[in-house]
Design a protein around this ligand. Structure first.
Ligand code: DX5
Ligand code: ZN
Length: 216
């Protein structure tokens, strides 16, 4: 499968969100990556439901919603209603992860699990069959523009072999510090989806940058 590119709109210009969404619609990007932060699970607050509803009106590609929030269960149907296509919860935020994933799928969304940099891959051994996408955090969640953690490659390798061993079609997504210098190595190691925020939006020509990330 050709790899997918999901620009993180956290780095977009919120005063020109329609313009930036139209750019992503025109580009080679595959998904919109939408970061929801609650100021409790992570030390930052991003945006919530009304903003995502407004974004959805301009999005012609799937919304990949990354919840960095505690108690995600209570909002699953709300995120479905405002247009999420993929809903990713944090392993560290879910006491009953199996139940949470079933609830996401029951709403007709793809179910993702994100792992913080300190959370080992082997914790997914008994749940990998139920996961459509694993988001390996390659920075500590909460902020865009941080440096990529090199240990991520080892986790991608381990996850790839867990997926192969279990013969699941789980996608591997990498989130944080992705740029043109690490994109190819990540794909070669087994990544399927690259999230990129500041590398895309702070570049001179974001549409071309997306094309370059897609072409690695
Ligand atoms: C971090 C977010 C990321 C972030 C990536 O908490 O989950 O999606 O927006 O931004 P960059 O690509 O700038 O590291
Ligand atoms: Zn994210």
């Amino acid at each position: 499968m050709a790899h997918l590119i999901a620009p993180s709109v956290l780095a977009a210009d919120f005063a020109n969100i329609q313009r930036d969404f139209e750019m992503i619609n025109r580009s080679n990007a595959d998904w919109f990556h939408i970061d929801v932060m609650d100021g409790v699970f992570v030390p930052n607050i991003s945006f919530g439901m009304p903003v995502i509803s407004a974004m959805k009106k301009h999005a012609k590609k799937p919304l990949d919603v990354h919840l960095m929030i505690v108690n995600p269960d209570q909002y699953i149907s709300t995120f479905k209603n405002i247009g999420a296509d993929i809903l990713t919860v944090h392993y560290e935020a879910c006491s009953h992860l199996h139940r949470t994933l079933q609830a996401i799928k029951a709403e007709g969304m793809k179910a993702g699990v994100a792992l913080n940099p300190h959370t080992p891959i082997h914790l997914l051994e008994d749940i990998i069959h139920d996961i459509d996408l694993v988001c390996i955090m390659s920075v500590n969640p909460g902020f865009g523009g941080q440096s990529f953690i090199e240990h991520t490659y080892k986790k991608v390798k381990e996850l790839k072999s867990l997926i192969n061993k279990n013969e699941t079609s789980t996608l591997i997504e990498i989130d944080g510090g992705v740029n043109i210098n690490n994109a190819k190595a990540l794909i070669d190691t087994g990544a399927d989806v690259l999230v990129a925020g500041s590398f895309v939006f702070k570049s001179e020509n974001p549409e071309l940058t997306i094309q370059e990330l897609k072409a690695v």
